[in-house]
Design a protein around this ligand. Sequence first.
Ligand code: KG4
Ligand code: ZN
Length: 335
Amino acid sequence: MALVLGIETSCDETAAAVVDEEFHVHSSVIESSLDQHRAFGGVVPELAGRAHVTTLGPVVQRALVDAGLNPHDPAIEGIAVTAGPGLIGSLLVGLSAAKALSLAWGVPYIGVNHLEGHLFAPLLEQSDLEWPLLTLLVSGGHSLIVRQSGPGQHEVLGETIDDAAGEAYDKVARWLGLGYPGGPEIDHLAQEGSPGNLKLPVSMTGEGYDLSFSGLKTAVVRATQKQKDLSVADVAASFQAAVAEQLLRKVALALEHYPVKGLALAGGVAANSALRLGMTELAKEFGIASHLPTMANCTDNAAMIAAAGIYRLRHDGPSAFDLSASPNWQLADVS
Ligand code: KG4
Ligand code: ZN
């Protein structure tokens, strides 16, 4: 069966995976330079790019060995690599490696949109899921509500007009003196607090599907400056409740207007306990399937890039060798 090697280097994860045309994952290796960035409270692009240069070779090697392959194995039909969006220096490392391997092995390569990759993650766990699908894609860099009529066929209904949901978590956590990344810290603390002790505004309550989180971040700053006696756990619980309420309201609105067969969650914020619970309840309420991929498939990985690459290779053919990285490549601009 034809296999595709996937490569992902858009942010701090260096990842490689081997996936077949039925989306079975033969291997998936992920290394992260997160520890190098913690002290800075966010990903430092220069450090991330340098880490990919030293890590990508061994990661690709391990993905091939784990899949029981030799580098020149004729079963490898192509190479899929993230070409954007992401950090330019990081993207260029993966893209250059993919072009070099493509030339050396004599197989085509394809530049994949990272966000489209996330949309393929549920297919890695259930290749026969029913369409159409509504996906909430929330990470440190992106927040989108997407309607998919089939694999590779997507329409962006709404997206954040300012910060991404994960970015808001990270910024609020920094303000509260918590570690980076802030999402898991706030999620954990929120279990010990009560949202009733601080009422935070829910943004974007009107019609339409766009999202906004920067007003909420400012509201947290103002409230904690005014009420010095608020416990950090209560602030975390209120913030978490306000983020989840905005996201779940928009998803419910989209489900009312666009009947779908399934509801999916993707991106790093998909680890959030309030969101996982709320999405499961919404799917039940609307009588549709819920797809909450495991965290390994929700966060950045190369298996999802390989899966999207298999689809794009079949439908659009390989990429040209003069393709460059696109740090701001929008999902809506994917052909
Ligand atoms: O998808 P991801 O691993 O990296 C990119 O942003 O591409 O997502 C990381 C983001 C960070 O902002 C992190 O704070 C957030 O996901 N995150 C969470 C949780 N776990 C990770 N946000 C809320 N609740 C969580 N449990
Ligand atoms: Zn991502």
